[in-house]
Design a protein around this ligand. Structure first.
Ligand code: CA
Ligand code: CA
Length: 147
């Protein structure tokens, strides 16, 4: 029991470290995005419930939507080649609140491989090799692949 518990904390520490390292994006836009995310108090816990994830993503949307018009437009994207662009399903050049939350929750459900409504550190680690998943996880998009 004790061993399981301490192993759990260690895993949580590894995840937290990884996310902290991801915070050093090189561009000014990414730094600004990171600052915005910090302002929104977005701190992913090691075990994330779907409900917590949804409200964290709502805070993220609010942080990105600077003019509060319920859309993330070109000027509000965290970077020019932001992966968030793929959430723009109707291709009108901006991401609505619904496109954002449905896209993010769709990602959550893909990562939640045993479909119990929570993402554990293990599932999060497994998702790290999935580029879509890392885009959703990593608010500074430091993991983006060269395109
Ligand atoms: Ca907006
Ligand atoms: Ca759209």
């Amino acid at each position: 029991m004790m061993r399981l518990t301490s192993a759990g904390w260690m895993a949580a520490g590894v995840v937290a470290t990884g996310l902290a390292v991801a915070g050093c994006g090189p561009s000014a836009e990414e730094k600004r995005a990171a600052a915005d995310a910090k302002a929104a108090s977005f701190t992913p816990p090691s075990v994330t419930s779907r409900l917590d994830f949804g409200s964290a993503m709502t805070r993220r949307f609010r942080a990105l939507d600077r003019n509060a018009d319920e859309y993330i437009d070109e000027t509000e994207l965290p970077s020019r080649n932001s992966r968030l662009r793929r959430l723009d399903r109707d291709k009108d050049g901006r991401i609505s609140a619904i496109e954002f939350s449905e896209g993010m929750l769709g990602w959550f459900d893909r990562v939640d491989t045993n479909h119990d409504g929570t993402i554990t550190s293990d599932e999060r680690e497994a998702a790290r090799s999935d580029p879509d998943a890392s885009a959703a996880l990593d608010r500074t998009e430091a993991y983006k692949r060269p395109e």
